[in-house]
Design a protein around this ligand. Structure first.
Ligand code: PMP
Length: 437
């Protein structure tokens, strides 16, 4: 059937395939803070791959752990059967979670973690005699992956539109981003905790007895780095408690040091009932996700289960031995290099750098917390290419990888970065913004 043509066969989501084929941007290797592009040049990774490479690329202890594990136990299921490393990984992960969230369910991705958490929430409500609670509440501008559950509770209408009927009985909180009051806010915005009252509106509208859970990203990442206003998450927690609603934090981006602690829950001092994770769990070396559940949630489901089935859910590759090996080595590395603390130590320098772009051409907002940053550009009226996308392409050619979401440049570098890397990232961005019309 002729010669294979990889570029033709590879279906790239979310990408102008034709444009990409004309000018492919590919990586062939990675090390520490850098990728090597197929074209040969080094690219400074200011996005941690896809918000996931928190300890830097190809770190030797993780590589070695995976290599060693690959020759020992290639695969073992984790239902009906198990393997010791799955237990060890769950125990070590539980130690990083807020007090009480020590029941771990393994998945393979963030999207699977979200669907898993939603199912756990529904199963829990049913197990305590609250079977009428089937409604799930997400938030506008929330991103929760691409499973049917995730796009249903997700707040990006464009991600749902193509797919017809999704989960029914879903509603969305208003989003928290208020540029009129919080432009150029640093850390948590001062204004907007009152937006949490929107949950009271939905409770009044639907009736608390119909609502199982609320899911939010503590810091919305993929929709442009939206940091929750001071007091907002605390107020959501209070309202959920008052009405018997479970609170789920989707920490696929924020967990593992991105905001300076093991979880954003810890950083913001709010303990949800369930936390979804992926990405930094294995430093992205092997795909893996997880859900941490409050012990009472787990116990209610298990204790009240019909004989034989506690939770009919699980993936073939849940707790895969190679993923567990990667996760354990990653936890060790985070601890050995104090990487979560490092994000705190660099936070001010990073925030100064992010906010140094205030006044740069086209910049209308800068936001940052921990080692995450968002730079919002004024939309280009009626032009096919967004300014931010132009910056992305020019940055790549100039040896810098940024992530673009709409008109926002999003940054989430590996936590091993040095101040010189921060200077390089923002020096380049500042120069590049001047070249964009
Ligand atoms: N939730 C959040 C908050 C995410 O940022 C993402 C991915 N960016 C996901 C879920 C989905 O994760 P995955 O792509 O691993 O399925």
């Amino acid at each position: 059937r002729g010669e294979p043509n990889d570029l033709a066969a590879f279906w790239m989501p979310f990408t102008d395939n034709r444009g990409f084929k004309a000018n492919p941007r590919m990586f062939v290797a990675a090390d520490g803070m850098h990728y090597t592009a197929a074209a040969g040049h080094k690219v400074l990774d200011a996005t941690g791959g896809l918000w996931c490479v928190n300890a830097g690329h190809n770190r030797a202890p993780i590589v070695e752990a995976v290599r060693k594990a690959a020759g020992e136990l290639d695969f073992a299921p984790t239902f009906q059967l198990a393997h010791p490393r799955a237990f060890e990984t769950a125990s070590r992960l539980a130690m990083l979670m807020p007090e009480g969230l020590d029941r771990i369910f393994f998945t393979n991705s963030g999207s699977e973690s979200v669907d898993t958490a939603l199912k756990i929430a529904l199963a829990y409500q049913r197990s305590i005699g609250q079977g009428s609670r089937t409604r799930l509440i997400g938030r506008e501008r929330g991103y929760h992956g691409v499973g049917f559950g995730g796009i249903s509770v997700g707040g990006i209408v464009g991600n749902r539109r193509q797919f017809g009927t999704l989960l029914t009985g879903v509603d969305h909180l208003r989003h928290t981003h208020d540029p009129a009051r919080n432009a150029y806010s640093r850390g948590q915005p001062a204004h907007g905790a009152d937006l949490a009252e929107d949950l009271e509106r939905l409770v009044a509208l639907h009736g608390a007895e119909t609502i199982a859970a609320v899911i939010v990203e503590p810091v919305a990442g993929s929709t442009g780095v939206l940091v929750p206003p001071q007091g907002y998450l605390q107020r959501l927690r209070q309202i959920c408690d008052a009405h018997g609603i479970l609170l789920i934090f989707d920490e696929v981006i924020t967990a593992f040091g991105r905001v300076g602690k093991a979880t954003a829950a810890e950083r913001f001092g709010v303990t949800p009932d369930l936390i979804t994770m992926a990405k930094g769990l294995t430093n992205a070396a092997v795909p893996m996700g997880a859900v941490a559940a409050r012990r009472e949630v787990h116990d209610a489901i298990v204790d009240n289960a019909a004989p034989g089935i506690e939770l009919f859910h699980g993936y073939t590759y849940s707790g895969h031995p190679l993923a567990c090996a990667a996760a354990l080595a990653t936890f060790d590395l985070y601890a050995a290099e104090d990487l979560f603390e490092r994000a705190i130590a660099l936070e001010d320098y990073w925030a100064d750098a992010v906010h140094s772009l205030k006044g740069a051409p086209h910049v209308i907002d800068c936001r940052s917390i921990g080692l995450i940053g968002g730079i919002e550009l004024e939309p280009r009226p009626a032009a096919p290419t967004k300014r931010a996308m132009e910056v992305f392409h020019k940055a790549f050619d100039a040896g810098l990888l940024v992530r673009v979401t709409g008109d926002i440049i999003a940054l989430s570098p590996p936590l091993i970065l040095e101040k010189t890397h921060i200077d390089e990232i923002f020096g380049k961005l500042s120069d590049l913004l001047r070249t964009v019309s």
